[in-house]
Write a protein that binds this ligand. Sequence first.
Ligand code: NAD
Length: 264
Amino acid sequence: MVGRLAGKNAIITGAAGGIGLETAILFAKEGANVLLADISEPALEKAVAKVKELVPAASRLETRKCDVSKEADVQAMVESLDAWGGLDVIFNNAGIMHARDDDAINTPEDIWDLTHNINVKGVWFGCKHAVLALRRNKKTKGSIINTASVVALVGAATPQLAYTASKGAVLALTRELAMVHAREGFRFNSLCPAPLNTPLLQDWLGDDKAKRQRREVHFPTGRFGEAVEQAHAVVFLASDEASFVNGSDFVVDGGMTKAYVTPE
Ligand code: NAD
């Protein structure tokens, strides 16, 4: 199969969710071999069925249950791609925003720990085992994309402190890894999505119009983003077209973080 990712072996974590699934579809369309990983097996089965339906000519598509907060799971997942010829791309995208996440006073410590175990440690484990795999398979290039968020760049008065801090950590660790591994040809970039129409946010907003309006007003476009708009950016970062893009906070936000006052 030809395509912008032809011949690349890619892992996507959180592949059954909004951004992950759209990315799996585009990766498959662009010719990558894709391992869809998620903590939820039933959701994974649905996700892979969808990719197969939309991309019947997909190269190689497999699923794997993986809890990214458990190093043994991540290690086994990454090592499983040695049988494919070794990993070329990993999209460390799994993440949570917990309903009980709050401000400095009211965020429970167990919610802080849970959020950081998945959103930060999960990304670290993904990066660590990607580097080991790229070296083991003698790769001279590799692309690691880690999902952060615009809340790592701008302050929000609607608090979710554990989540915000976790995404700041993703930006910082990604930048450092980009520097440490640049001469090996391994690129590390963070994706910074703005609030999106995916279950992660939309389930949390529910039908609370005021809560929704409080966020929508900050978009110059007047709307939340779509998951597929993030996926297109991930394809670029994963591809060799982005060969000189390294260590970036890649912001896909419809201009939100550049707004002072938005159009009426
Ligand atoms: P989503 O909830 O639709 O998908 C997240 C997926 O991660 C789910 O399929 C879930 O089962 C999986 N997951 C949760 N815990 C896991 C674990 N321990 N191990 C493996 N998989 C696990 O969310 P989404 O909107 O697609 O979010 C993807 C990423 O984008 C997250 O890191 C999120 O923080 C980030 N993000 C989302 C938004 C947004 O508005 N949706 C904005 C900025 C950043």
